[in-house]
Design a protein around this ligand. Structure first.
Ligand code: S3P
Length: 433
């Protein structure tokens, strides 16, 4: 699919964005691991979440779901009710599916193979294989795979030992895999992260009755605990809201209200950065739903944004928003420097490279560093023919760049948007005219 966009005057109105992708994956995994039934509303019907759903079905989990809806009904099998899958488990494009699934499979007394698409086959799995192997799981490269640290991989689990593990990189996917595996081990496991990454797994496990504690950046979890199915509500995805927040901040005269967005502080680094850049933003109607903080976000496009310098702890809190933040930075009045973001090189694409390459086509002055970006600012973006490289967040960031650029922008390979945000194009068309 090609997406053609043009300059837009301002964005005004009230919108809701679809359910949070990370929380939707976890609702599926935790619902499957629970005793009893779990009803989920606000589920994100995207390709990535569907990969998780199908993998769990192949492992014998009954999931009631009508295609395209935001409602799920999961019949939990408990920790030990998974069935061996005769077929390979396909995680598609989804790192969250592959890595969290490995944590659960590490606890199963059977072997199964996980694979993914061309992008996922390039992504690092050593970070999860290493600690899960220390706990007792066995990993082997699948047939015709000569890279033992990458998919496709065969995993044989069972008889896990508790672990005390310091994550070398802040990764919610690896942390979550270890927390799931820890449920299968005797004794207390601890997982320490170098910076806070999203804590949706901890919140959901606790909401479903698991005793899980954290002190500073270390999490403690006792093995062999049961959890119990209950009603789960998935809030709107902050990472999806981010595209519209940036558009409204950049387009003078905009007044946009985004309702019912998840505002877990481990996810909302972009709010802090946009405020530091001078955006007029109000967070209202804060409440807790299903153990997660939710709020309505109101943003105005008033004065030009200023550049910022960011790095270290804030990076995991806005890791998925850096491509769209780069669009804001390209239009800001002064230079922006992004440090400590080397993790972006191992996402669906090397996002430091793909966003640099594509925004340059639109006239942005942007330079790659090994761990980040230097973005000059003051660019009057102009329309261009761009490519998503098959990366959903690059496609949507370019759509936002297209809405603030002079002239027409064409984005090739935009169908990947459905990986995380089905409904983005109609919502965009509706708002940006
Ligand atoms: C995710 C964690 C992050 C994030 C990804 C979703 C999750 O990845 O970039 O989009 O749902 O746990 P890492 O754990 O690799 O940082």
């Amino acid at each position: 699919m090609e997406l053609v966009t043009g300059r837009c005057g301002k964005v005004c109105g009230e919108i809701v964005v679809p359910g949070d992708k990370s929380i939707s994956h976890r609702a599926l995994f935790c619902g499957a691991l629970a005793e009893g039934e779990t009803d989920v509303t606000g589920y994100l019907p995207s390709e990535d979440c569907f990969s998780t759903l199908q993998c769990l079905q192949k492992l014998g989990v009954e999931i009631g779901y009508s295609s395209g809806t935001d409602h799920l009904h999961i019949k939990g099998v408990g920790l030990h009710g998974f069935q061996p899958s005769k077929e390979l488990l396909d995680a598609g494009n989804s790192g969250t599916t592959a890595r969290l699934l490995m944590g659960i499979l590490a606890g199963q007394p059977f072997s199964v193979t996980i694979d993914g698409d061309a992008s996922l086959r390039q992504r690092p799995m050593r970070r999860v294989i290493k600690p899960l192997s220390l706990m007792g799981a066995d990993f082997a490269a699948a047939k015709n795979n000569n890279k033992p640290d990458m998919l496709p991989l065969t995993i044989k689990g069972g008889n896990l030992k508790a672990i005390n593990y310091k994550l070398p990189v802040a990764s919610a996917q690896v942390k979550s895999a270890l927390l799931f595996a820890a449920l299968y081990a005797d004794g207390v496991s601890t997982v320490e992260e170098p910076a806070y990454s999203r804590d949706h797994t901890e919140k959901m496990l606790s909401f479903l009755g698991v005793n899980i504690r954290h002190r500073n950046r270390r999490i403690y979890i006792q093995g062999k605990q049961k959890m119990f199915g209950r009603q789960l509500v998935v809030p709107g995805d902050f990472s999806s809201a981010a595209f519209f927040l940036v558009a409204a901040a950049l387009l003078p005269g905009s007044e946009l209200l985004i309702k019912e967005v998840g505002v877990n502080p481990t996810r909302t680094g972009l709010l802090d950065v946009l405020q530091e850049m001078g955006a007029e933003l109000v967070i209202e109607n804060r409440r807790i739903i299903g153990g997660e903080p939710v709020a309505d976000l109101f943003i105005k496009g008033s004065k030009p944004l200023q550049g910022v310098s960011i790095g270290k702890e804030i990076i995991p809190r806005l890791i998925d928003e850096i491509p769209v933040l780069s669009v804001a930075a390209a239009c800001a009045a002064t230079e922006t420097v992004i440090n400590d973001a080397q993790e972006l090189r191992v996402k669906e694409t090397d996002r430091l490279h793909t966003i640099t390459q594509e925004l340059r086509k639109m006239g942005a002055e942007i330079m790659e560093k090994p761990d980040g970006l230097i973005i000059k600012g003051r660019s009057r973006l102009k329309g261009a023919v761009c490519d998503s490289h098959g990366d959903h967040r690059i496609a949507m960031s370019l759509a936002i760049a297209g809405a603030v650029a002079e002239g027409e922008t064409l984005i090739r390979n935009a169908e990947c948007i459905n990986i995380s945000f089905p409904g983005f194009v109609p919502l965009y068309r509706n708002l940006f005219h």
